[in-house]
Design a protein around this ligand. Structure first.
Ligand SMILES: Cc1cc2nc3c(=O)[nH]c(=O)nc-3n(C[C@H](O)[C@H](O)[C@H](O)COP(=O)(O)O)c2cc1C
Length: 437
């Protein structure tokens, strides 16, 4: 809040600017949360620029990129943007930033890059960024657990043929931390307003801290939702510790890992609840209020104006992160959430309806069509949904509109076989490599 009482009206409340601890003001409470874009990974190209331009003019208070791998050999997926030690890196991230702000209305959104290191979850065979026998780097030597049963056992070994290599050497840890620092400096040079360190969803925990005007944000889990993982009490302790450093401006709360991707598990279609507000509501009264402490950003299931307003009003959050709905409606703030002509009952987006999504989840063992898929592998279920949203973003990148009626089964042929692999032939492959695609 820049100052004064919060308004009673939902739209006015969501449109209230917010001042961060470092003095930067976010024009409203809606932040397009991080989503891996589903476009050829590497350095940002034309399609990324088209996609971010659409978000830029949508009326968001902030726009965050999908995760950008600070170590180009350790991405989460083949579509991840990456930072390379190359003279093209800064200019291309600068072009992406310029595209994002090209048609942005005043006051312009805060622009954030999410920096990540997928840690143990970086798959050599899926990410295609290193040879299959080269392990991921992680605090321990292991591979992610996808559940019980032979299919889960098979998938674990297909994605992670070798166990991760434990980073035990202090010099190597410092090298990884240095990659975050270098990447953050690159983004600052490229004009971005801040970075977020991805310390949620089972990614390698890392830190980037510096006393600049540049915004520092951290994404932290409220729980890993797996036995032996971070629980809510420990998460609250970590968050209080991070807040006490007085160096972080935005703290985003999420939950889950690849073993249990709670962060993208849609609540039932009729549920009107955020995924993690029960946690932040208890936590926030124990923290200094913004701008004396970081703004708390809550992400997960917040795609409804009344729900968003009630979360801000009840101090479950200061900012709202929105991912899936932003892939379906890139100008969600202007078109829906802050649109005075739209009645409250219609000011929402349903992210649960994916044509044939449940059937595919069931066939692949990821749940869906309850009861028919007993040994559910949660990562498979979440991936079926995630890919569909990536295809929506990839379509925007090609200059098309998102298509909520896109059938999952035709989507896989259309997007992966045609646009990702075949389209353009060898010239297309070269262009993808050069970031001109
Ligand atoms: C297609 C897709 C890609 C995602 N990529 C990322 C990512 O790169 N980094 C991240 O922190 N979270 C990522 N997420 C998780 C979202 O940021 C968010 O936490 C989650 O989708 C819940 O928010 P929502 O209910 O508004 O979709 C992704 C989610 C989706 C659907």
């Amino acid at each position: 809040m820049v100052g004064g009482e919060l308004p009673d009206d939902d739209i006015a409340l969501i449109a209230t600017p917010l001042q961060l601890p470092n003095g930067v003001v976010i024009p409203n409470r809606l932040v397009k949360a991080s989503m891996e874009e589903g476009i050829t990974g590497g350095l940002p190209g034309k399609r990324h620029r088209r996609l971010y331009r659409r978000w830029g003019k949508g009326g968001w208070g902030g726009v965050m990129t999908g995760n950008v791998a600070v170590d180009s050999s350790q991405p989460a997926t083949p579509h991840d943007l990456r930072v390379y030690d190359s003279p093209h890196t800064t200019p291309l991230y600068c072009e992406l930033h310029d595209a994002l702000l090209a048609d942005a209305p005043e006051p312009r959104p805060l622009t954030l890059v999410q920096l990540s290191h997928a840690g143990m979850q970086s798959s050599a065979t899926f990410g295609l960024a290193r040879a299959p026998w080269v392990p991921a780097l992680a605090p321990v030597s292991d591979r992610p657990s996808l559940g019980r049963g032979p299919f889960a056992w098979f998938l674990e070994r297909a994605f992670w043929p070798t166990k991760s290599r434990a980073v035990v050497d202090r010099a190597e840890w410092l090298d990884i931390a240095g990659k975050f620092v270098d990447a953050a400096q690159t983004m600052e040079e490229a004009g971005w307003g801040g970075v977020q360190v991805h310390s949620a969803h089972g990614y390698l925990l890392a830190e980037y801290l510096s006393p600049l005007q540049f915004v520092k944000s951290v994404k932290i889990n409220c729980s890993d939702f797996v036995q032996g993982g971070l629980d809510e009490e420990q998460a609250a302790e970590v968050i209080r510790e991070v807040v006490s450093w007085k160096l972080v401006d935005i703290l985003e709360v999420s939950g889950g890992t690849y073993s249990n991707p709670a962060f993208t598990d849609p609540p039932p279609a009729n549920a009107r609840e955020s995924l993690f507000s029960y946690f932040t509501q208890a936590l926030i009264p124990t923290l200094p209020p913004v701008p004396h402490g970081p703004a708390i950003m809550l992400t997960g299931g917040l795609h409804d104006r009344a729900l968003i307003a009630s979360c801000i009003r009840s101090r479950a959050c200061d900012l709202v992160g929105i991912a899936r709905a932003a892939a379906l409606v890139p100008d969600l703030p202007h078109r829906v959430l802050l649109n005075q002509d739209l009645d409250a009952s219609k000011a929402r987006v349903n992210v649960a309806a994916i044509p044939h999504g449940d059937l595919v989840k069931c066939v692949l063992g990821g749940g869906g069509m309850s009861g028919l898929s007993p040994g559910r592998i949660k990562l498979v279920g979440a991936s079926v949904s995630t890919f569909w949203f990536e295809w929506q973003m990839a379509a925007i990148g090609r200059g098309e509109d998102p298509d909520p009626a896109l059938d999952w089964i035709s989507g896989i042929f259309h997007n992966w076989l045609w646009y990702d692999l075949c389209s353009g032939g060898p010239v297309g492959w070269y262009k993808r490599w050069m970031g001109e695609w």
